[in-house]
Design a protein around this ligand. Sequence first.
Ligand SMILES: [Zn+2]
Length: 53
Amino acid sequence: MPTCHHCGSEYEASELTRHVVEDWLIVHCPDCHAPMGRYQSSQPAVDTLRQSE
Ligand SMILES: [Zn+2]
């Protein structure tokens, strides 16, 4: 369960505020709006792994 480093609250992943900016999925605390992580949403992870051989 993700914990906000700013206000110390714990949330379910589904409770977090999400924004999509270009290729990034950015996740915010729903209470204090501190950023809690970002993920590059457009890259399929499985294909990237196979290409590295
Ligand atoms: Zn917070």
